[in-house]
Ligand binder design. Sequence first.
Ligand SMILES: [Zn+2]
Length: 277
Amino acid sequence: MSVVPVFLYHAVADDAPSWLAPYTVSPRTFAEQLDMVADSGLTVVPLRRLVAALLGGPPVPPRSAVLTFDDGYADFASTVAPLLAARGLPSTLYVTTGALSPEGGPPGRGPFPSVATLDRARVRELDAAGVEIGGHSVTHPQLDTLPRASVREEVTGCKRDIEDTLGHRVDAFAYPHGYSSRAVRALVREAGWTSAAAIRADSAFSSETDDPLRFARLMVRADTGRERFARWTGGEGAPVAPFAEGARTRGWRAYRRTRAAIGLPYRALPASPARSA
Ligand SMILES: [Zn+2]
């Protein structure tokens, strides 16, 4: 079985707000990590190649990797895209449509306070430059704790907004916080998304037998470290999806659902008004 690292980044910046800092890498670290990917002999392929393989199409080349970026922070355009373009690397950017900034105006309010997000003009430019734009819901909720009607609004509203913005269809979705359930995945498929990125067991490798509607990713954080990242580029240091959902994951979801039902949703970072990235 071919092990496929699908790297997940959030912000790439030197000055992230405190709630986002644990999910942020510096531009310098990010550039080093891109060099490590290249030096390890990995080939970065577009996400659609992996998705095609997961849907029964041609296999990805041996030692393939994928680069993904969640949320839609402004640093993707100013910092990430130039570094990727200089290396000729493909990427997928999952945007939270309710957090996009108004064009020509100050940053909007939304699920990501105190941090600049992309506006629609930038998203169009990135799309035109070859970055795959995907969806990451409207308001970045934990979809597996919401009623069906709300999930449907989040996954269809986000798709419609991006497609209206870009003028063409988009296929790739990523679950906010990585959370999904069987019911959420069914609604994502019904909305027309052909793939959906998850986070399994904190970080895991994807593979050619992974589930296209919850493929696993490796979350690169501020504290990931060179050694761990190097192991990941060598295909080691994390489990390989697909694997069965564990009792801990089920118990954790039950806890989060209970909190949501009593109006006290779980927040990854309680001191902040925002949920985690
Ligand atoms: Zn997110």
